[in-house]
Design a protein around this ligand. Structure first.
Ligand code: SF4
Length: 302
């Protein structure tokens, strides 16, 4: 297969026609696109998953303070807090999603899945799912392929970029990838996997991209945590066969339509929403002054 699926319906049909699993169709696509052996794809997935887990551990262990000061070791505080709002597992999920994203905000190494801005969601969800259910790595890697297939279709039908579709396209897509991957890993069928994607998108629709001072820190880091929680709730709902009612392809169409009609001030320009608040503007000015002070004399404006 050397083409990208245009819809979830096509992906399902292709798998039915060729008697294959969803992830096998993605492997076929990846090997055709990259001209690599299948083993190289699995090796790449394993190392990507290792980078995700390393980002979680780094965020929970090392100093995580961004130059702007907006990020200040939040993941560690959540991880160590004595009160678990729901359960210790939920506390770990939230802390891990925050941790991997804080690593990105502090210029560390992450997997941009599907973007750096949403890089805490798959690590937080899959790491925690694997731990709770004692899943083998192979199952998680197959889930990552399902997530990749989901992202490829969203990219084709809508967008994965905050600058194009708002934050629904970034953290929303990552949450949809995570929800689909989780349902797959827990034995869900194709309809349940796609239903999880549809439910997740329904929960994330309309979210604008409004990063304070144009930095991928606030609200990006906390949105990774909330998106991870939504991915889990969607997976739970989908596994129980509660229908999203609106089919997944139509949900993605809605995401594209909303993204296209969103004003540019809500598309990573830092001109609207939280970025435009009084505090957001003050932080923006402070960050600008910091940047100017760090410039060598010859680069300073006359
Ligand atoms: S607010 Fe914008 S920059 Fe931040 S995670 Fe969302 S899409 Fe990315």
């Amino acid at each position: 297969m050397s083409f990208l699926f245009n819809s979830f319906k096509e992906w399902k049909q292709y798998c039915l026609d060729h008697d294959m699993n969803l992830y096998e169709a993605v492997i076929e696509y990846e090997t055709a696109q990259r001209g690599k052996e299948e083993q190289a794809i699995w090796d790449g997935l394993l190392s990507a998953y290792q980078v995700m887990k390393d980002a979680v551990e780094t965020g929970l262990r090392e100093e995580m303070t961004s130059r702007s000061g907006m990020i200040n070791n939040g993941a560690k505080k959540v991880y160590k807090h004595p009160v678990a709002v729901l359960s210790p597992e939920f506390q770990k999920l939230i802390a891990r999603a925050l941790a991997a994203k804080e690593v990105n905000s502090c210029m560390g190494r992450v997997v941009a899945a599907p973007t750096a801005g949403a890089s805490g969601i798959l690590p937080g969800t899959l790491y925690t799912l694997q731990e709770i259910h004692e899943l083998p790595d192979r199952s998680i890697l197959e889930g990552l392929l399902i997530g990749a297939g989901i992202a490829l279709i969203i990219e084709e039908k809508a967008s994965l970029a905050g600058a194009v579709g708002g934050c629904q396209a970034e953290t929303g897509s990552a949450a949809a990838m995570a929800a689909g991957a989780m349902v797959y890993c827990l034995g869900g069928n194709v309809d349940q996997i796609f239903n999880a994607v549809a439910i997740t998108i329904q929960c994330m629709l309309g979210l604008v991209c409004d990063p304070v001072a144009g930095l991928v820190e606030v609200p990006c880091v906390v949105r990774n945590a909330s998106a991870a929680a939504i991915a889990n709730s969607s997976a739970q709902i989908a596994l129980a066969d509660v229908s999203a009612v609106i089919p997944v392809d139509e949900c993605v169409d809605a995401m594209g339509e909303i993204g296209a009609s969103m004003e540019s001030k809500y598309k990573e320009t830092a001109m609207g929403g939280l970025a435009a608040t009084l505090t957001g503007q003050n932080i923006s000015k402070r960050v600008l002054i910091q940047d100017i002070e760090m410039l060598p004399d010859e680069d300073l404006p006359e």
